[in-house]
Ligand binder design. Sequence first.
Ligand code: COA
Length: 703
Amino acid sequence: MTSPVTYTVEGGIALVRIDNPPVNAASHAVRQGLVDAITQADSDSDVAATLIYGAGRTFVAGADIREFGKPHQPPRLPDLITRIEASPKPVICALHGTALGGGLELALGCHYRVALKGARIGLPEVNIGLIPGAGGTQRMPRLVGVEKAIDIITSARQVPAEEALEIGAIDAISEEADPKAAGLAFARTILAEKRPVRRTSELGDTIASDADNAALFGSIRQAVTRKARGQTSPLRAVDAVEEGLKLPFDEAMTLEWNIFRECQASTQSKSLIHAFFSERAVSKVPGLEGVEPRPVNSVGVIGGGTMGAGITIALMTAGLPVTMVERDTESLERGRANVERVLDGNVKRGRMSAEKKTSMMETLYRGSLDYADFADVDVIIEAAFEDMGVKKEIFGKLDRIVRDGAVLATNTSYLDINEIAAETGRPRDVLGLHFFSPANIMKLLEIVVAEKTAPDVVATGFALAKRLRKVGVRAGVCDGFIGNRILATYRRQADYMVADGASPYDIDAALREFGFPMGPYQVADLAGLDIGWATRKRLAPTRDPRERYVTIADRICENGWFGQKTGRGFYLYPDGARTGVPDPDVEAIIAEEREKAGITPRAFSHEDIVRRYMAAMINEAAKVVEEGIALRPLDVDMTLLFGYGFPRWRGGPMKYADMVGLDRVLDDIRTYAEEDAFAWQPAKLIVDLVGRGDNFESLNKAK
Ligand code: COA
């Protein structure tokens, strides 16, 4: 097998080129190739300096994540980098694309770094539950100082070349178009100026004052803990920097490696790696390979309410012109105002310039009262009132107006899209595009495929999601699709627990501890309790008589307490506060309703709460997969991660279930079923998987 690393000599400079598509990951073959190349350069008397650069779209984007979990094959990346740094001849690297993780650590081990314009560097290991393990926690502080290094490591952000130069992480930015030319020119300068070999590990000035600064590390640790929300690797990275800087360099490298390996063995890292690959796999829908999406150059949006306005902003931000149609002048004005309010907020927060906002409204936004203005658009997204009659009328009208081949989408969150599609003479062109509020921010887009939706219409949904920088997940038609259907089930269990003795405040606290940014009652207060109330009323006539019904939320709503917007809901929001405080009146209502139902309250520990909540989520999620509403377990995981605040470091409910063991989850479900057999019918899929000793992950691989 030919090596992905090639070695040639040009004018006294060894050219070491890494060519390992798609992102030049530092796989075993790359590491071996680099050791061989540097050994050769060192002994080659014609060589005065060495240049390392990457072929293709990027420098090295990190360790090869696909090798994780397999037995480690030497040379280790840290040893390779130490070897490069030890070279007696200047080693230069030229960075283009993204130098990330192990790729940047390789660069930090070189003696000089030049970057092309537009290149970015970063240490994103914490994104996959790790810390930099090849010197990043030791060399980066020596170049840029402790605070900046820790910011780069714990934020995982990609630092633009200009900033990297300013803080001292790189030495120059080149105007050249390719890394080889940039690196050669820079290497010639180094030689001409007789600049010495400069080993990062031997630099000390930048860290001298900070290395023993316990107060500095104390405040850093506080800030990092707050942001990490239960994720451990960012804090372990701080440990590596703080402890390492007190040690001789080689001992610090051992310390860093040990922490790296500890992180690598953690469930957090496995879950985050699952999230990394699933985020990419979720758009690869079996059966859609090679299907071309339809071109989308303009979009129509029906409705200017919160959803319609959010969708309009998301589309305009992606550069798409939008025609918004409302039913009367007043509604249209309100729609436009909704759009402008959000954009003005962005301007105020410095996320957008005032000129950009004005030009966006002038060039991309068009309001109209006439569906005839949709005649030429490529996609129409209906975000009108959530009522079957209303939607049917709209789709019937659209069918008569829009051009052949236009995609007709509904943003319904639960209605039967087959029924909506049947109102048109072109059900092949109809699908659901279910956005999440606020639609200009939330990353999830459920792409709901109805019975007759054409493959290229589905592909168009995915292409649009990508263009909007959203994560598209394919979903089938059912009440609530993937996300809201699962949500309804675990929310019901939360309500049962409150009825049986837990306080909503305990439930929220337990789930925040688990890693959700907010608990379910905080979310309900934020979204507005009237929404859930309306849904419960809608479902009342068809509710199965065996289903247990809890009346607490209804009592709260009957008081006109709809959450944050009315100043009280499950929580109190005194003087317009954004964070609620527990409300004794709500506790009294709960106590009354318990008494009416003849319930003697019992205690729920945080662990009890999380186990029930998760078991309900996993059980319903398994049914969603079993019925084909979600294609694979990973599709459910991405839905919960990007639409429902599920902690990324737990990978999603299905990954979490695999981690705690599906047999334990099934045991829990069966135990709970003893008190409520109707709510806790185990998913056949879970029973089958446990029976054959398998897990959800096996179903991700199978397709
Ligand atoms: N190891 C193995 N595979 C990797 C990889 C890595 N470090 N980084 C990316 N890939 C794979 C992706 O899985 C994807 O594979 P696929 O085409 O089979 O889905 C392919 O390379 C392209 O990556 P993608 O993310 O789709 O391309 P992009 O141009 O949008 O982004 C990067 C490129 C490098 C910015 C992005 O992939 C990234 O952030 N990678 C991870 C970097 C990292 O965390 N490094 C530290 C590792 S310790």
